[in-house]
Design a protein around this ligand. Sequence first.
Ligand code: ASP
Length: 270
Amino acid sequence: MMKHLVSIDDLTEEDIENLFYRVEDIKNDLRYFSNFRYSMNSKILSNIFYESSTRTSSSFHTAMLKLGGEVLSINEINYSSVSKGEDLQDTIRTMGCYSDIIVLRSQNEGDAKSAAEVSEIPIINAGDGKGEHPTQTLLDLYTINENFGRIKDLTITFVGDIVNGRTVHSLSKALEKKCEINYCETYDIDNLPKSDVYYLTRVQKERGSTGSYQLTKEHVKEMPDNCIVMHPFPRNEEIPKWFDDDPRAKYFDQMKNGLYMRMSLLLSYK
Ligand code: ASP
């Protein structure tokens, strides 16, 4: 059955749980069995990226290859008909003639929705401007659950560009669906509340945001020993590299989980 993933709201709690279970199977499979190696055999994924990406595009690409599928990559607008003035919906309808799933990253909020309106194949939103980034949320939720065994009853502090950061938009929507939220706002980085999760994001300069901030040794000293620090990456100066070896740093785990979670998601389009 075709199901677009435009917003994290397109998934039920049960869908998300099923994706989590499948990640466990995938991890075991990659380690011991290789049963999924041909699962997407003869399926083609169009990886359309109108904004830069390292992790999302590469992990979707790798996920499809590890499942035995093929990938068409369009990530250089100059070499597609977009440079001749073609609009997004026409591009989507075109790629729908040649592939089975479209992963789309675009510059404007709402683009994934307008792609889904005309698409005959599933659209997976890989980030639409400052809108949403639902697959990042799936891997973020998975990483939180991996560390705490739950998503609920946790204190999560978002630090950074909350207005323009799409990963925060999707993650906070998902958390809101799963639990009752009490929240407070602060502009004082030196008074970070004691939390289970610190989710840092970069300042989205390409969307007009300005300023910068950085985690210091003093901030880190105040963080609980059993907390985790997450970041969707790319990072700029907000997390210095000396923190990378701290056991609370989980951003490299997030990247690995991104591959497993995207494999899990693609398998639901088998
Ligand atoms: N990679 C994430 C995104 O595409 C975070 C970021 O770019 O700051 O939204």
